[in-house]
Design a protein around this ligand. Sequence first.
Ligand code: HEM
Length: 407
Amino acid sequence: MVTRRGFLAGASIFAGASAVTACSSPATPQGAASEGASTSLKGQVVAFDGRHQAGIDTPHQAHLNLVAFSLRAGVDRAGIRRLLRLWTEDARALCAGQTPLGSLEPELATAPANLSITCGFGSRLFDVAGLASQRPEWLHPIPAFYRDQLREEWGEADLVLQICCDDALTLSHATRHMIRAGVDYAATRWVQQGFVNANGVLAKDETPRNLFGQKDGTINPRSDQEFQDVAWIKEGPEWAIDGSCMVVRRIAMNLDTWEELDRGSREVSVGRTLDTGAPLTGTAEFDAADFTATDSVGLPVIDPASHMARSRASEDHPEQKILRRVFNYDLPPDPTSEQLSNAGLVFICFQKNPDLQFTPIQQRLDEQDRLNQWISHIGSAVFFIPPGTNPEDSSADEFWGARLLAD
Ligand code: HEM
């Protein structure tokens, strides 16, 4: 195996040689770019350091590579620290459009295009690091559900990197670089690729659609207060504060049988119209839904078994909310299958505690949800997302997980 730093001793000539020309402005929401979009998009930078890791409250980028890793045998807490220090340094450089130490292709780092790299730790990392007693009590596999069709190939992992970018080439280079940078410590376990609309296609703040044609992401935290309430960990040890929990579900969607439905039935299954995404009791996407409204024969306008009615938080459990940051996948169909597509969602959601948020919502959906006829959960993994880094602030993590992993 090639050891990166040794092999690349002479490569530092490239480091930092290719700083971004344009700007260091905060991420521009998808679609905000207007005239001259391609040139301004090239230089758009999402700030890497901060109270929280980027890639959670960051506006949705067009492309996703979600890469999960297994720690190699023999890697201990000191090894994990070395890995996370070098990964953080390299991710920080890549996200700023700079060439990380050891990059073999410096020209591929020059267009950050809103690149963000978010790191998470799986349950086993705490065991390997000798920190089992510190593991958050919610960091365990999501309980099994009746309808699950989980495949081991999309299962739990020791580490995850959520790499998102508005440019597919920059994303590919950043992904390859991060995998190679960590190769002595961690082996790739799975990669889930996803996409939404290209940057500039949607209007500012317009909700992207999934492959069922639905606007997906309407009800989501938007204000700082909502993010505090839903996504950021606010209690517990210092090293966890301002972190989060990422739940990943890989959900296959059967486009063939979905298309057999008439449009009205498709709308009933979610409780929203397909064109505007408005609740069936309203006219615009963000209108409040009226779950008590009935039609001329006395039936509820929004079916109580619809996805929206089943997934929403109730007054009794206002904490049952999540931040959904989902991407579509569309792979070549299996030639031995009758299906025309192999498509679905890389369903990524963030919260403080999945035992109180994701799991009770999914429990309700598993029991009853009109969408169940066309979807199946085929992968599941849970990660602790450490807080953001700040090398200038001694009370923050210098690199991902620094305070947790300190001796
Ligand atoms: C392929 C699977 C899924 C599809 C196609 C899907 C689609 C949708 C759509 C179209 C909406 C309405 C628009 C919106 O608010 O974004 C929605 C809402 C929602 N979904 Fe899903 N969803 C899926 C899986 C899930 C899962 C697994 C969960 C969590 C366990 C979930 C939780 C929610 C929540 C919390 C809302 C907002 C409910 C509200 O307060 O109105 N969804 N989903």
